[in-house]
Structures are given as structure tokens and as C-alpha cells.
Design a protein around this ligand. Structure first.
Ligand SMILES: Nc1ncnc2c1ncn2[C@@H]1O[C@H](COP(=O)(O)OP(=O)(O)OP(=O)(O)O)[C@@H](O)[C@H]1O
Ligand SMILES: [Mg+2]
Length: 388
């Protein structure tokens, strides 16, 4: 009787005598497969994945040397012992050069054969274990390197964001100061110059508004940069509500879009990162603002705590999303906006951040009627699968 998971030995020899004597010798301890030609043997090897192949060198049609080449093309690790006739030392040595593990002369000594079979079966198995472990290690290594690269990238992005925001703030403050000076000077000369001023003060008002918006954005990005973007912790949703409004208000104002808030997160707490969540929500609100057309354009932002999730819903009555756009909406750099208006990164970033929070982003849309984007985040302490 052979053990259930017996090691396999494949014997390839055109002569019945040696084939059968090896089978007889090994059958108590091994599962022995026999082939009478190279082609048959190679086919059996592919199917059975043996631990050792014993192969005659001299065979009609295809020789053992050719067989060895085919075996090595398929499996570099299986041990192959060649059987050589008397005086075929040179051929045996060529076989070793081509990747045979060893050779035995015919007629073989049974003890020597048994010892060789044990040794080389063990060797194949050890080699396969080593290769398997190496592959596992490579996989773990690649994963670690990728993780590290992501973390480094995020950290350096946060750092450069903070630096850019910081550098922008100074010239912006200067522009803002001069806008104020100009406005004051205009006031002084208004009486003298009268109508000749035309819409100059309106223009200044728009410049002033937009510079203030840039300052607010720069301030927000400086805060993002300082926040540790990888750190997750208990975050009260009520604490981010104010920042959501602060981020959206200047954008809505500059686009002349009516935006309403109905934010009632109650005591909802999630396990998350505040700065990342704000980015995710802001991208969705920005899209909604950009999708509507004044004066009827309208955006509604709602937040509610439910049993296992807190939902942030951004609804607009804008252009809606065509199905072919919806299919790609989470892909980085996918945009329908004209060059310079959109990078196509907004929804990709939102999707990634919400996934990292074990939440989900759901989009309901009707072309020409509007879009509702729901960000659903699991409450802290809720098994994450129940929210997804
Ligand atoms: N509320 C929405 N209404 C209509 N279309 C939308 C809405 N939100 C997203 N889209 C569509 O999805 C596309 C991808 O959105 P995404 O936010 O990823 O990039 P973007 O807005 O084009 O550029 P960016 O966000 O970098 O400024 C948009 O170009 C737009 O066509
Ligand atoms: Mg966008």
C-alpha cells in the first residue's frame, strides 16, 4: 500500500525490463508512473508534477537528451536522473551540463537506486519549498515597498501642499491689501470723477472676493498639509461640519450658486481622518456646484446619523451624469470638463478616501435633472462589513 500523498516518480524508458524493475523496486514507497517514450513522459510530467524523473538516455525517436531539454523548459526544479548504458559516459556528462541532476549506469544496483531516489525526491521537494518561500517573500516585499511608497508619497504631498499654500498666502495678502487701498482711494475721488468710474468699483469688488477666496483656500490647504493624512482616530462628524461649510461657501458664492445645508450628524463618531474626509466631501460639493447653472442652480448638503452609518448627501439640480461618464467617474484623470477647468482627480480621490474609511460612495443621477451623491461612512465600533 502506498501512503495517500505518496511522492511521485516518473520512469521514462522504451524498454519494458528496466521500467518494470524500477516500478517493482519503488512501488511500496512511491507512486510510480511509467512512460515508454519522451513524448508520453513529458505529457505525464505536465499532468502529474512528479518529484523525480528517471529517464533512459538512449531511446528511439526522441533521445533522453532531447527529453531533458523539454523537461527543463517546463520545470527547472524537478530532479532528473538519467540512465546510461555501458560506455556512455560522455553522453551522461552532457546530460549533467544540460541540467540533469545525476546519472546511474544500467544495469543499476538496487540499493544505489533506492538511495538516489530518496535523495533526489527530497531534493526536489526542498527546492520547491525554497522557490515557494522565495515567491511569498517577493510578494510580501513588493506589497511593503508599495505601501511605503504610498505613505511617502502621501507625506510628501501633504508637505508640498502646505508649502505651496504657505507661499501663496503672502502674495495673496499683498494683492488683497492693495485691493482695499484702491477701493478706499476710489471712495475719495468718487465725488470728483463721478460717472467716469463706470463699473470700476464692481470690478474691484469681484477681485476682492476672489482674492479672499484664494486666501481661504490656501489656509485650508495649509491645515491639510499639517494634518497627518495617515492617522485615523475617533472623529466626531459634528466637528467637520463647520469646515465643510467653510470650504463650500466661497466656491458657491463665486459661481453664484444657491447652497443649502441641513446638517444633523448628532453624536455620530467615525473612525477616520478629518482632513482626508474634508477633501473627499469637498470634491463632491465642488462637482455639484460646477454642475448647476445659475440662477436656478441649487445644491443641498444633508447629513444624518443612521443606525450603523452616518450619511452625507450632496444633491444638485444640475446637468446630471450620462451613463458612459458614470462608468469612468472614479478613474483618475477622467474628466468631461474643458482643459484647465478640471483635472479629473476629484472623484478618484473621494472614492479612495471613502474606501479607506470602509465607507461607500453612491451616485444617483438623471441626465438633465440632477445628481445625488451619498457618502456613507460606518459609525465607530460598527463591524465594517455591515456598512459596505
Ligand atoms: N454632480 C455632478 N454632476 C454632473 N457631472 C458630474 C458630477 N460630479 C462629477 N461629474 C462628472 O464626473 C467627472 C469626473 O469628476 P471629478 O470630480 O473626478 O473630476 P473633475 O470635476 O472633472 O475635475 P476636478 O475634480 O479635478 O476639478 C466630471 O468631469 C463630470 O463630468
Ligand atoms: Mg471634480
Amino acid at each position: 500500500m502506498i501512503a495517500a500523498a505518496a511522492h511521485k516518480v516518473l520512469v521514462i524508458d522504451d524498454e519494458l525490463g528496466p521500467r518494470e524493475s524500477i516500478r517493482f523496486l519503488l512501488k511500496r514507497e512511491y507512486e510510480v508512473l511509467c512512460a515508454e517514450s519522451v513524448d508520453q513522459g513529458v505529457a505525464m510530467m505536465r499532468e502529474a508534477n512528479p518529484d523525480l524523473i528517471i529517464m533512459d538516455i538512449r531511446m528511439p525517436r526522441k533521445s533522453g537528451i532531447e527529453g531533458l531539454r523539454e523537461i527543463r523548459e517546463y520545470d527547472k526544479h524537478v530532479s532528473v536522473v538519467m540512465l546510461t548504458g555501458y560506455g556512455a559516459l560522455e553522453t551522461a556528462q552532457e546530460a549533467l551540463r544540460l541540467g540533469a541532476t545525476d546519472y546511474l549506469s544500467k544495469p543499476f544496483d538496487t540499493n544505489e537506486m533506492l538511495r538516489a531516489v530518496k535523495r533526489y525526491v527530497d531534493r526536489t521537494r526542498a527546492e520547491r519549498r525554497r522557490v515557494g518561500m522565495l515567491e511569498d517573500l517577493r510578494e510580501v516585499n513588493t506589497r511593503l515597498v508599495n505601501d511605503l511608497a504610498n505613505k511617502d508619497q502621501q507625506a510628501s504631498m501633504a508637505q508640498s501642499t502646505a508649502e505651496i499654500a504657505h507661499d501663496m498666502r503672502n502674495p495673496l495678502m499683498i494683492v488683497s491689501g492693495y485691493v482695499e487701498l484702491l477701493t478706499n482711494q476710489l471712495e475719495d475721488v468718487r465725488e470728483e470723477v463721478g460717472d467716469r468710474l463706470g463699473s470700476t468699483d464692481d470690478y474691484l469688488e469681484v477681485i476682492g472676493q476672489n482674492v479672499r477666496r484664494c486666501c481661504e483656500l490656501a489656509h485650508m490647504w495649509q491645515k491639510y498639509g499639517k494634518a497627518k493624512l495617515n492617522e485615523f482616530g475617533p472623529t466626531a462628524v459634528a466637528d467637520i461640519i463647520e469646515d465643510i461649510v467653510m470650504g463650500a461657501a466661497p466656491l458657491a458664492a463665486s459661481e453664484d450658486v444657491d447652497i443649502n445645508y441641513d446638517l444633523q450628524p448628532g453624536d455620530a463618531v467615525i473612525n477616520g481622518n478629518k482632513a482626508q474626509l474634508l477633501r473627499a466631501i469637498h470634491n463632491v460639493i465642488a462637482n455639484a456646484i460646477q454642475a448647476v447653472t445659475p440662477p436656478d442652480g441649487h445644491v443641498q448638503v444633508t447629513c444624518r446619523k443612521h443606525e450603523v452609518t452616518v450619511d452625507i448627501v450632496v444633491a444638485d439640480n444640475g446637468c446630471g451624469i450620462m451613463p458612459e461618464v458614470l462608468d469612468h467617474i472614479f478613474e483618475p484623470y477622467y474628466t468631461t470638463k474643458e482643459a484647465g477647468k478640471g483635472t479629473g482627480l476629484g472623484m478618484a480621490i473621494t472614492h479612495r478616501i471613502i474606501e479607506e474609511h470602509h465607507g461607500r460612495v453612491q451616485i444617483d443621477t438623471q441626465p438633465d435633472e440632477g445628481t445625488t451623491v451619498t457618502i456613507q461612512l460606518p459609525l465607530e465600533g460598527v463591524a465594517v462589513s455591515s456598512a459596505a
